[in-house]
Design a binder for this molecule. Structure first.
Ligand code: UDX
Length: 438
């Protein structure tokens, strides 16, 4: 089985490497020569745990190659995956499909023999139909099917998510295409991963429905946390108490500063627009988008309040700037709302992140970047934890207190226990669990 993966970004690279691990012959294609050069040297363009080893192993085994040369990769392939970006359109909220359509055209110009064209990029309902139309128009003799096969990879655990998925969704009405997809995912049959075969349209919608549901779940618990603060309840206990109900489930009930990342903000917005366009508005998701945007912005006010109403002239130490741990991804990270607001209020911001600083430097000006957690807080007026990297979970609290000018900690991820923090003499501010020592 030969696969061409068009687009060697996050999804394409992880999926390509994992398929090669399944024994498939994979060529990852990208227009960016420098990215391909890096990959050929074994340097990963993104930080994803385990990816470098997986790539190295499969390159050595001769099952995984990289190229900018579209033609031969597509000509040899039984299945061509489209895994290019679908950013939000400028000024709009729709997904920008120009890269997907350009890839479809180029695939049509190069395909040879029966080919399954698989959409892995997150694309709005109906995109598969348009990809099919473009291929047919460009190459009327082509023998092909277009399949939807959305990815559900979480950054930081993408390899595990690919190799041990909750489910694989395959959308096509063609039995011939289904057979090719079955063959590709055969190793997952051994571990009895559920495979959902459905129509292309349903498959496209499943991806958006999954992400918007998860974003809604997070937003629900975030609002519940705000309510907990008002009535003196503990959101951890509330989340546990509801999460043990099998119908609700305990995952994605961690209250925090609002969701970010490459998927939830973009996908919720795109689905809102699709739904409005077809006259079936999703009012719950519209509220989620609005609440989450406002929440990220409101987090800076919490820090300011914790510092006595003003941060002017004060030094704020920030730990963690990526949208979540185990990634260097800064897309729609809450830090991008919080840090500029603190700077705007004339604070000095010192920050540290284990993997995200290179990327963050491009997006956040006027921040003093530090070499580790403790040097960041040295002499600062308050400490703010924005991302829950493991390295920040077990800080030496006596040392933290001795380094800070005043023992103020704002923990936007609830990684410490309010009572213990109060006992340690901190003014500890967290989300939805009361404010100990304040
Ligand atoms: C998500 C989906 O989980 C994945 O299936 C999809 O394919 C891509 O989008 P990812 O963006 O990597 O994956 O991150 P995820 O772990 O889902 O977290 C998204 C955001 O929600 C992060 O900002 C995270 O901090 C936040 N989050 C998550 C919470 O605030 N609380 C939670 O309980 C869970």
């Amino acid at each position: 089985m030969h696969v061409a993966m068009i687009g060697s970004g996050y999804v394409g690279l992880v999926s390509g490497a994992c398929f090669s691990e399944f024994g498939v012959d994979v060529v990852c294609v990208d227009k960016d020569q420098s990215k391909i050069d890096m990959l050929e040297k074994g340097v990963m363009p993104i930080y994803e745990p385990g990816l470098d080893d997986l790539v190295e192993k499969n390159v050595k085994a001769g099952r995984l190659t990289f190229t900018t040369d579209f033609g031969p990769a597509v000509r040899n392939a039984d299945a061509v995956f489209i895994a290019v970006g679908t950013p939000t359109t400028k000024g709009g909220g729709h997904a920008d499909l120009s890269y997907v359509y350009a890839a479809a055209k180029e695939i049509a110009q190069n395909m040879n023999g029966y080919t399954v064209v698989v959409n892995k990029s997150t694309v709005p309902v109906g995109t598969g139909d348009e990809v099919e139309r473009i291929i047919r128009e460009t190459n009327p003799d082509a023998d092909f099917d277009v399949v939807s096969n959305p990815e559900f990879l979480r950054e930081g655990s993408a390899i595990g998510d690919f190799t041990h998925p909750d489910r694989v969704v395959i959308g096509t009405e063609s039995e011939r295409a289904r057979e090719v997809m079955r063959e590709l995912y055969r190793p997952l049959y051994l571990i009895e991963a559920p495979i959902v075969f459905t129509s292309r349209t349903s498959s496209e919608l499943i991806k958006y429905a999954a992400n918007t549901f998860l974003a809604t779940k997070i937003t629900f618990i975030n609002e519940m946390a705000d309510l907990c603060e008002k009535v003196g309840a503990d959101v951890h206990d509330v989340a546990k108490g509801i999460g043990l109900d099998g119908r609700i489930g305990k995952k994605f009930l961690h209250a925090g500063p609002g969701y970010g990342g490459s998927c939830f903000p973009k996908d919720t917005l795109a689905l809102v627009h699709t739904a409005r366009d077809v006259g079936a508005p999703l009012r719950i998701v519209e509220a989620v988008v609005d609440i989450n945007d406002k929440r990220k912005k409101a987090m800076a006010s919490r820090v300011i309040a914790a510092c006595g109403g003003s941060v002017a002239g004060k030094t704020i130490a920030v730990l963690g700037v990526t949208f979540k741990p185990n990634t260097d991804d800064m897309r729609d990270a809450p830090s991008l709302d919080i840090i500029p607001a603190l700077l705007e209020d004339d604070a000095t911001v010192r920050a540290y992140d284990p993997e995200g600083m290179e990327e963050a430097k491009k997006l956040l000006g006027d921040v003093e970047w530090c070499k580790d957690a403790y040097s960041t807080m040295n002499g600062a007026d308050a400490l703010v934890i924005i991302t829950e990297w493991n390295a920040f979970r077990g800080l030496d609290l006596d040392r933290v207190k001795s380094l800070l000018k005043s023992p103020i900690m704002v923990d936007l991820r609830n990684i410490y226990e309010p009572e213990e923090m109060a006992e340690s003499g901190f003014q500890y501010h967290c989300i939805g669990r009361g404010t100990a020592g304040a």
